[in-house]
Write a protein that binds this ligand. Structure first.
Ligand SMILES: Cc1ncc(COP(=O)(O)O)c(C=O)c1O
Length: 389
């Protein structure tokens, strides 16, 4: 980041706060998380031996992760997950041929940390880089160490709907001087953000603020805003973060603890209300981890039950979603891959519930009653189903 006209570095307050929050040596602010992951992978590539062009990804994750690999000029190598934890299935990882692997990327979905002690030892033993992508897990920890700080480098996102949001934004973090220097080399030629980007940021901030109100949840379902949409695209800019983004991210970081506490208390209340043999089951957090529950992921008994539950929750005004619609192994732009059965199972059955601070006690009661089948809307639709057959 170039110094401002007054000589100050606009990235410094943001970098200092993030360094303190997670305990890391180097922070590089990026325009988005996916731009950050693209730059980080290019940097790691510059440090590795020839022929290491594959990046191991979990078969169920955000499409942007796969897009970042492709945009970095590398090839995703997809390894199946465990439907119990959403983490890599360790047996599949151990069986994989890693002779062309550059890095393994762990993605800590919904703020539930992956088994980073295992992955760190495994990556070191196999001589590949490990990226702790904590785009969804800022503030989480495993064995007392912050998510994002495991392995060789980590990533955070400050996109809409993240633990703290600057509407758009990301950060690459590392405690390795060599990785930090390689990232700095990759970022040296990035252009400045356009003025248009800052105007767009302000507009998005206003729209996002309005849509987060629970009583306006219906809007994103009806307007073509592209919010919550999952599509595979490598068409995103690699440019420097703007002063506005950096200022917003620095301010929001001060509220990380407050937001995460709110999310964890809502997720805990919902988990405690789940019936042991009920319609949905929770994802098991790693023992010794501190999840931050960016959203609460649950698995329904069948694809049909998932779709019905999401519809019933939406009817009750709750912003439940089915999350990523397919395994990344089924993204048409990527070469088809076998061995993603658990990821496909999850894609058809997962639903995620909102945990953000605007979710009220009344919302929590609605969610509980929908999940237990006692919400009036659910009961009515069941009666209608029985009548029609
Ligand atoms: C695990 C993971 N990594 C990377 C990204 C990319 O972050 P951004 O949306 O800021 O580009 C995301 C986006 O949600 C993500 O979920």
């Amino acid at each position: 980041m170039a110094a401002a006209a007054d000589g100050s570095d606009p990235a410094r307050p943001f970098g200092d706060r993030l360094r303190r929050a997670v305990g890391i040596r180097h922070v590089h602010a990026t325009v988005t998380g996916r731009a950050g992951l693209t730059i980080l992978l290019r940097a790691l590539r510059s440090l590795a031996a020839e022929g290491r062009n594959e990046v191991v990804l979990p078969a169920y994750t955000c499409y942007s992760v796969a897009a970042s690999v492709v945009k970095a000029g590398l090839t995703p190598r997809i390894v199946d997950i465990s439907a119990e934890t959403l983490d890599f299935d360790q047996r599949h990882l151990e069986d994989a041929d890693l002779s062309r692997t550059l890095a393994i990327v762990a993605t800590n979905l919904y703020g539930l940390p992956n088994d980073m002690p295992f992955l760190e030892a495994f990556a070191r033993q196999r001589g590949v880089f490990l990226v702790d992508d904590a785009a969804q897990a800022l503030g989480a920890a495993v064995a007392g160490r912050a998510s994002g700080t495991w392995g060789d480098a980590g990533l955070y996102s400050f996109d809409k709907g993240k633990n703290v949001s600057a509407i758009d934004g990301g950060a690459i973090v590392t405690s390795s001087d060599a990785v930090a220097a390689a990232v700095a080399r990759e970022m040296a030629d990035l252009g400045p953000p356009s003025r248009k980007d800052d105007v767009a940021l302000v507009v998005k901030a206003v729209v996002y603020w309005a849509l987060l109100r629970p009583w306006l949840y219906w809007i994103p379902q009806r307007l073509p805003l592209g919010l919550g949409e999952t599509r595979f695209t490598t068409d995103y800019p690699l440019e420097r973060a703007s002063r506005l983004q950096l200022g917003l991210a620095a301010t929001m970081l001060d509220r990380l603890q407050e937001f995460n506490t709110a999310r964890v208390s809502r997720a805990t209340a919902l988990l405690e209300g789940l019936e042991p043999a009920g319609a949905v089951r929770p994802i098991r957090p790693l023992a010794g981890s501190l999840p931050v529950y960016l959203r609460l992921p649950l698995l329904a008994a069948s694809p049909l039950a998932r779709d019905e539950t999401v519809r019933a929750l939406n009817r009750a005004g709750i912003g439940a979603t089915g999350s990523y619609p397919t395994s990344i192994a089924d993204i048409p732009e990527l070469a088809p891959t076998a061995g993603a059965e658990q990821a496909r199972f999850v894609a058809e059955r997962i639903l995620t519930l909102p945990t953000h601070p605007y979710v009220s006690q009344a919302d929590l009661r609605h969610i509980r009653s929908v999940l237990s089948g006692t919400h009036p809307a659910t009961a009515r639709s069941r009666e209608a189903d029985n009548v029609t057959g």
